[in-house]
Design a protein around this ligand. Structure first.
Ligand code: HT7
Ligand code: ZN
Length: 876
């Protein structure tokens, strides 16, 4: 497979101004007539052939300016359609293709999802519908006529505004014509045809445009679309207020489908969603689901400006739209909920998904320089680290220059396919800064480590902070350069933050040091007492921090830092240290219990004095660092069983010590009010349920009783699922009974059963693999649906101890699934294969076994490009 390189970019030789599609939907024989208005690109090579992309296509007919073309003038294969010597002027090309949506198991291009016709064109799915210049810098105005059987597809949707609709003579079929006035790349094209119910609402933009909003869902489920609609209205208002962005069409449609490779897709005016991220009611969605729906509805909507109005010049610039749009959706959620808790949750995700990617063989820069398969680069690095880069940019240039830079970007780049350079130039201009060095964040992979230490000089009343940065080598980047690191900080004294006075040029004021060299020192004067440094407040840069603070100092930060993120972080650091020690050296388990007792004392005061006022924050404190994060801190020769044992021992000890207090807290937080998804109510449930988990570990019988009662009384899925999850950690009949009861209660709810599948796949016991194999036979499971696969098989691959079984059967199972799945859905298969990404840090026995299975996958004949690429890179 060829390697596609950023440095090889050149503009298209041809442009397509208009696309007129006439699509006659049929489950096995859909006819597509595409009329392209072409012209030579002044920036391209004169006289170049016209080479259109295809993928598994069948050409039916071809006409140039209405006339059939001589067969020698073109060549066509499923992969390509080439006009050898096209006229050097404007002309139209009419291309007829035929596709079989029912056979499209890759879910890219046009496919059927539970009898609903739908499309997924990003990144390169349009070429599975018709031959095209399928690259994001070719932008066209689309007019789309759809035709289908009325009974099968009473709803016919495409991008833009509806301009005509009616019956086709004969009475059985009907049509709809959609026109999208905004030029767009083919990856934003979409259509939907099916029998769907709809929830509608009218929205009037700040500019006064009336917009018909609609959320389309499976028949009978419109009463679960209300939350998505509510989120949509709120995020539209927010984008007007915070970024000055108004919506720009007369309709905005959201459609939920049940078979979808990712979360959702921002097609212009017609967002298509995995139904998991649309449907919600208290009995079938958790608080986490409500929050994800809010974030993803906002994310896709925000793409209308950051992605659609301004798109990417090429796929190397993917973070231009994704990192920025994640940043925007994170800010929206932070404004709608608790900013501190949102930041903590986002950093947890960043660490478990992105830091682990950066630490392994799949590490790549936020803007990769080369790829074989672009679908493998929709990664936490491009998305989440990409968002962190924007957050740092904002911190460095300041609020005002950031907003002015965004305004300039929207004004200057509107209607274009832009690059990271175009984007950064706007902020360089509004801030007057040279951002050349900052741009290294886009080029250099790996998570930097800041090594920090502080010295107090009582005689001089000064405090000196020494900061250094280093980044370990990543694949293809053996040497690392220093990056620009905004380090937000405070010096915490006995009664709060001390004033910061220094003449160091690295100090930017307002509690911000900019570390842009390998190392530097900053001396603060007039420091009247030895302070505790609180570094990286708000997690001001996506880095690891090595700062050797005594546990006592960390506990003081935990109780009194003015920065809530660092209060949480201080506690996590104390817990992490204990987990790392015991995870490295299982003999330390006793010592860990002693630490657990000490930690419980610190927690006790917190739970009594502070938790009731901010339960959502307290829930984050009670949750220990993720086991994968512990593994990465240990870094080499990792023994997952030891980490699991340490994690469990620490939780159990805390549960034992705090048992009565946790029960009391649960009582105090109450559970009787009718369900409401708001952040405050969700926070109370989160804390009650964290407490439940600890109680269940410490006193299994009491836990079982509480879980059963909570399940029975629950008027919401959050509490019921928390009861199930807590119970899965306690082997025995009560657990199996609750598992059976859950399945019975939700037998008709596939999305809820996904959570049931996953809860079982995550059980850290040797019998889990057999259980998972058995569940594959359960009627709730299907190899054809990505959500089911991610729940059961993806859940198992995320089960630290069982995926990493010492006998290698966990690896064998996942490899077997990857190979099987690759024949039908390579995208889902390659994501599953990425579960192997941390194999090199394992102890030698497991490492060898994992490597063997990866090699087996790599050696399988006829692998997709997706899986072959991940297998190769993971092994390299
Ligand atoms: N921009 C969307 C990416 C996406 C996607 C990519 C590859 C294959 C299938 C896909 N479905 C959606 C989603 C987003 O970031 O908003
Ligand atoms: Zn996105």
């Amino acid at each position: 497979t060829p390697l596609i390189r950023l440095e090889d970019y050149r503009p298209s030789d041809w442009l397509i101004d208009t696309v007129d599609l006439d699509i006659s939907l049929h489950p096995t024989k859909t006819r597509i007539r595409s009329q392209l208005g072409l012209r030579p690109n002044p920036a391209g090579r004169p006289g170049a052939p016209l080479v259109l992309d295809g993928d598994e296509l069948k050409l039916v007919a071809l006409r140039l300016d209405g006339l059939l073309i001589d067969e020698t003038a073109y060549s066509a294969s499923p992969q390509q359609l080439t006009l050898h010597a096209p006229p050097a002027r404007r002309f139209t090309l009419m291309i007829d293709t035929e596709v079989d949506p029912s056979a499209n198991t890759k879910l890219m291009g046009l496919y059927l999802s539970s009898h609903v016709y739908c499309t997924q064109c990003e990144a390169d799915g349009f070429r599975r519908i018709s031959y095209f210049l399928d690259r994001p810098d070719v932008m066209s105005v689309y007019t789309v006529r759809l035709e289908a059987k009325k009974l099968i597809a009473p709803v016919l949707l495409s991008n833009g505004n509806l301009v005509a609709a009616g019956d086709v003579p004969g009475g059985e079929r009907h049509f709809a014509v959609w026109h999208d006035p905004h030029p767009k790349p083919a990856y934003l094209f979409a259509l939907v045809g099916g029998a769907l119910d709809v929830l509608r609402q009218t929205y009037v933009t700040a500019e006064g445009r009336s917009v018909d909003l609609a959320v389309y869902v499976e028949p009978g489920k419109a009463d679960r679309a209300g939350w998505a609609m509510d989120c949509l209205v709120r995020c539209m208002r927010w984008d007007e207020r915070v970024f000055g962005r108004n919506y720009d069409l007369d309709v905005f449609n959201v459609v939920a489908v049940s078979d979808f490779n990712m979360g959702a897709m921002e097609n212009k005016g017609l967002n298509i969603f995995n139904d998991k991220y649309v449907l919600a009611d208290p009995l079938t969605a958790t608080d986490g689901d409500y929050a994800s729906i809010e974030a993803i509805i906002a994310h896709e909507y925000f793409h209308n400006w950051t992605g659609n109005r301004i798109t990417c010049r090429d796929w190397f610039q993917l973070c231009l739209k994704e990192g920025l749009t994640v940043f925007r959706d994170q800010e929206f959620s932070a404004d709608e909920r608790s900013r501190a808790v949102k930041r903590i949750a986002d950093v947890r995700t960043l660490r478990t998904t992105q830091f682990s990617e950066d630490a392994g063989p799949l590490a790549h820069p936020v803007r990769p320089r080369a790829y074989k398969e672009i679908n493998n680069f929709y990664t936490p690095t491009v998305y989440e680290k990409g968002a962190e880069v924007i957050r740092m940019l904002k911190l460095l240039v300041g609020e005002a220059a950031f907003r002015a830079g965004m305004d300039l970007y929207f004004e200057r780049c509107d209607g274009t396919a832009a690059t990271i350079e175009d984007f950064l130039a706007c902020f360089a201009e509004t801030s007057g800064r040279d951002l050349t060095h900052f741009a290294r964040w886009y080029e250099q992979a790996g998570t930097p480590t800041i090594v920090a230490s502080g010295r107090y000089d009582a005689a001089a009343r000064s405090y000196t902070l020494d900061l250094a940065q280093k980044t370990a080598p990543t694949p293809g980047q053996p040497e690392k350069q220093p990056v620009v690191l905004p380090v937000a900080l405070g010096l915490v004294g006995r009664s709060g933050d001390l004033p910061l006075a220094t003449d160091s040029p690295a100090y930017a004021g307002a509690g911000l040091i900019v570390l842009d060299q390998p190392s530097l020192s900053v001396t603060f004067s007039d420091v009247g007492e030895p302070p505790i440094p609180s570094l990286l407040r708000g997690f001001s840069a996506p880095v690891r921090l090595e700062l050797d603070l005594a546990d006592g100092d960390l506990l003081r930060l935990f109780s009194s830092d003015s920065d809530p993120f660092n209060r949480w972080q201080a506690w996590q650091t104390v817990a992490m240290r204990a987990l790392v020690e015991a995870g490295r050296e299982p003999a330390q388990l006793e010592a860990l219990r002693a630490t657990g007792r000490a930690l419980a004392e610190g927690l006790s005061d917190f739970l009594r004095d502070q938790a009731p006022a901010d339960p959502a924050f307290a829930a984050q404190v009670l949750r220990l660092p993720a086991m994968g994060d512990v593994a990465r801190e240990i870094g080499r020769d990792v023994d997952p069983d030891a980490i699991q044992a340490a994690h469990r021992a620490l939780s159990t000890e805390i549960g034992l010590r705090l048992g009565p207090q946790l029960l009391e807290l649960r009582e105090k937080l109450g559970g009787s009010a009718p369900y409401s998804p708001d952040a405050a109510s969700a926070g109370r449930r989160a804390l009650r349920n964290e407490a439940l988990g600890l109680i269940a570990l410490a006193s299994p019988q009491e836990g079982a009783r509480l879980c059963e009662a909570q399940f029975a009384a629950g008027d919401n899925l959050t509490d019921r699922l928390a009861a199930l999850a807590a119970m899965t950690l306690v082997p025995g009949e009560a657990r199996e009974a609750l598992i059976a009861r859950f399945a019975k209660t939700y037998a008709a709810e596939p999305l809820v059963l996904d959570k049931w599948l996953m809860a079982q796949a995550l059980i850290p016991e040797a019998s889990t693999l057999d259980r998972v194999r058995e569940l594959m036979q359960h009627p709730a499971f299907s190899m054809g649906n990505p959500n089911r696969i991610r729940a059961l098989i993806g859940g198992f691959a995320a089960n630290l101890t069982q995926f990493n079984r010492t006998d290698g059967t966990g690896y064998a199972f996942v490899a077997e699934m990857v190979i099987a799945l690759d024949r039908t859905n390579p995208q889902v298969a390659s994501r599953l294969l990425s579960s192997f990404k941390s194999w090199r840090m394992l102890e030698p026995g497991r490492r060898t076994l994992a490597q063997g299975r990866l090699a087996q996958v790599a050696a399988t004949p006829n692998l997709s490009r997706d899986v072959a690429d991940i297998a190769e890179r993971t092994l390299a």
